[in-house]
Design a protein around this ligand. Structure first.
Ligand code: SAM
Length: 208
């Protein structure tokens, strides 16, 4: 295995171990204020009943509740996560949703078929990735023309920076600045169509 492949696997193992011991945090009741923000995140992709949705780093499925509230058919939702413990809860909560245990950086081999999703969400996980641009490239290939990638955090960039400062091995990156996203979008043939960077809310939408 090439050196960067080995590092990617080491990083994925560290994520798995980190979240294995933290499932309880994600089982706590979510405050109404945060629920309103996650609803806004789900709404940002213009979903309908027939939308095909990929939820990256789905965890216990916090966003899935909102997709269902928007009328998305649960059989059209795919959740991907590295952690068995997170996926166990998500599967119990949403038995008709499809879940895959995988690293999103392997999306091309694990999910395969290109041009199949209307929306790909990275909520509260984009700073954790081993390679952010590669994640956009691989999930961009899975999008239909006109589909979108949403990168979001209901607590904003400042919160992700605090996570990075306390544990840079688990959160190696910040949430990207607008200029960085525009540069990636340009290279990957995507368009940055929305960018919100408020004190406690972050959302970027990239359209294919
Ligand atoms: C902070 S939790 C957020 C979960 C969920 N998106 C939410 O909004 O509550 C981050 C999740 O991303 C997952 N994750 C981290 N890196 C990943 C990767 N490369 N591929 C798939 N899942 C990943 C972790 O296992 C964890 O469950």
């Amino acid at each position: 295995m090439a050196a960067s492949g080995e590092k990617k696997e080491v990083h994925a193992d560290a994520q798995r171990e980190y979240f294995r011991t933290r499932v309880g945090v994600f089982l706590q009741p979510i405050p109404d204020e945060i629920l309103a923000r996650t609803q806004k995140i789900a709404e940002s992709a213009g979903l309908s009943e027939s939308s095909q949705v990929l939820d990256v780093g789905t965890g216990t499925g916090a966003l899935i509740t909102h997709f269902l509230l928007l009328g998305v058919n649960d059989e059209n939702i795919t959740g991907v996560d590295l952690s068995d413990e997170m996926l166990k809860i998500a599967r119990e909560r949403y038995p008709k949703v499809k879940f895959l245990k995988a690293d999103i950086l392997d999306a091309d081999t694990v999910i395969g078929k290109p041009d199949q999703f209307d929306a790909v969400f990275f909520n509260a996980c984009f700073g954790n990735l081993f390679d952010q641009k590669m994640a956009l490239q691989k999930t961009g290939a899975l999008l239909r023309s006109g589909g979108c990638i949403i990168i979001s955090h209901p607590l904003g960039k400042r919160f992700v920076k605090a996570l990075h400062d306390s544990d840079p091995a688990i959160v190696p990156f910040f949430l990207p600045e607008k200029e960085q996203l525009e540069a990636w979008a340009n290279e990957l043939k995507l368009e940055l169509s929305e960018f919100i960077d408020e004190e406690d809310f972050y959302l970027a939408r990239l359209v294919k």
